[in-house]
Design a protein around this ligand. Structure first.
Ligand code: PGA
Length: 251
């Protein structure tokens, strides 16, 4: 059984004051039937890890090297050192804004694994690719190159995030989400073997909110969500976590 995961990606948002929201989530969901992960900006990770309780803390990126002359960068080991247990890699904003390639994402995933972090590897098509009906080709290519051969349910999570759904309020239909998640599951099983391929959690991300969480969590092969905007405030994130708990209890 895959344990469900509600992951929050704060992106470049939040200062010390916002740690109160994290504390509130931890208090409200201290005995949650699902895993909860919050990925604040680098500056808050150490403080967040101190107050997180049962919530896990993650980074939003890391460098592929363990250390060295890389001004402004952060290594996976550094994240682990201040209490992170996971790191988001290959988010579409990084693939677009910094031209991150799938080869680089795989190298970062290796670094994350070496540091004992769970690599949350993001894949997703943009609107032009979806309209040209290239979605599965794009996702298949990103998976083939971004995911290391040693990926398994302990060290890797895959997040399907259609670029056009991120921060837009648009979401794919549940059929579209299910189609992509079933495809990802089949690809992982073929590549990594049934055991490892079946154990990797698949998150959906892109405009998940309280109002659509339950229907998304009912889709086959959706093991949770990667939530951006709606993870910033405890009152927005909490109902999403609760919806995931309902779906965990039902399955
Ligand atoms: P969103 O972002 O929930 O604000 O659409 C999701 C993400 O980018 O991870």
């Amino acid at each position: 059984m895959r344990r469900k995961l509600a992951a929050g990606n704060w992106k470049m948002n939040g200062g010390n004051a916002e740690l109160d929201d994290l504390r509130t989530i931890g208090e409200r969901h201290s005995a949650a039937a699902v895993d909860i992960l919050i990925c604040p900006p680098f500056t808050l990770i150490a403080a967040a890890a101190q107050i997180a309780g049962s919530i896990s803390i993650g980074g939003q990126n890391c460098h592929a090297a363990a250390s060295g002359a890389h001004t402004g960068d952060i290594s996976a080991q550094m994240l682990a050192d201040v209490g992170a247990s996971a790191v988001i890699l290959g988010h579409s904003e990084r693939r677009e804004d910094y031209s991150e390639t799938s080869d680089e994402v795989r190298a970062k995933a290796h670094a994350a694994h070496a540091a004992g972090l769970i690599a949350i590897i993001c894949v997703g098509e943009n609107l032009a690719q979806r309209e040209a009906q290239n979605t599965l080709d794009i996702i298949g290519g990103q998976l083939a190159t971004s995911v290391p051969d040693i990926a398994n349910g302990e060290n890797t999570v895959i997040a399907y995030e259609p670029c056009w759904a991120i921060g837009t309020g648009l979401t794919p239909t549940t059929d579209q989400i299910g189609g992509v998640h079933d495809f990802i599951r089949a690809r992982l099983e073929k590549r990594l073997g049934t055991g490892a391929g079946r154990s990797i959690r698949l998150l959906y991300g892109g405009s998940v909110k309280a109002g659509n969480a339950a229907e998304i969590f009912a889709v086959s092969n959706v093991d949770g969500a990667l939530v951006g905007g709606a993870s910033l405030k405890a009152n927005d994130f909490s109902p999403i976590i609760s919806a995931l708990e309902v779906s965990a209890n039902a399955s």
